[in-house]
Design a protein around this ligand. Structure first.
Ligand SMILES: [Fe+2]
Ligand SMILES: [Fe+2]
Length: 191
């Protein structure tokens, strides 16, 4: 029987998964940036793309610090999140609604990464890989900051303006319905 895997094996596996996730994100972030209308949102995606490239380099340092070959392993989780983001971009939303949806898609990815790096930091610390833990913590902090920035943009105007345009449509529907009701009433009176 093969020897059972250890936490160290699981740690290396998780590092490979995360390395691949970051690589997938470097292809997805430019698409999110391109689809964004709000200039601050576009800028947020673009600057996180740069950070993501740094995070890939940092993961390579982590592999080296552990004397492990730099290698990725397909990350199904982030692939699913990216696919969902692609479907959103194919929707015919008004600009500000699209921005709100791009933030939602981006935050799903950030939270996935925060969960992955949170685990990696904890495992690195538990196994006494101090250098790896320090590097992974730096990335975890960047992911948290990116998530916070997206929340700030959503709550600082994008959601509100999307909500206003949603209600404007509703108001028009109500005006149209009221006018139909008046016409029906007038017709009934004429009879
Ligand atoms: Fe990342
Ligand atoms: Fe990220």
């Amino acid at each position: 029987m093969a020897e059972a895997g250890t936490l160290h094996d699981a740690f290396i596996d998780e590092l490979r998964d995360t390395y691949d996730a970051e690589k997938q994100l470097t292809k997805a972030l430019p698409k999110l940036a391109k689809a964004a209308t709000n200039p601050k949102l576009r800028q947020a995606f673009e600057s996180h793309l740069e950070e993501t490239q740094g995070q890939i380099a940092r993961l390579e340092q982590v592999f080296e610090s552990l004397d492990e070959k730099v290698r990725g392993k397909h990350c199904d989780g982030i692939a699913g999140i990216i696919d969902e983001g692609k479907s959103i971009m194919e929707e015919d939303f008004d600009e500000t609604t699209m921005d709100a949806c791009l933030i939602a898609a981006g935050q799903r990815a950030e939270h996935y990464e925060m969960a992955a790096y949170g685990t990696l930091v904890a495992w690195a610390q538990a196994m006494g890989h101090g250098e790896a833990a320090k590097l992974l913590q730096q990335t975890l902090d960047e992911e948290k900051a990116a998530d916070k920035k997206l929340s700030g943009l959503a709550e600082g105007g994008i959601n509100q303006s999307a909500a206003e345009s949603a209600h404007a449509e509703k108001d028009e529907e109500q005006v149209a319905a009221a006018s139909d009701a008046r016409k029906t009433l007038a017709k009934a009176r004429r009879r």
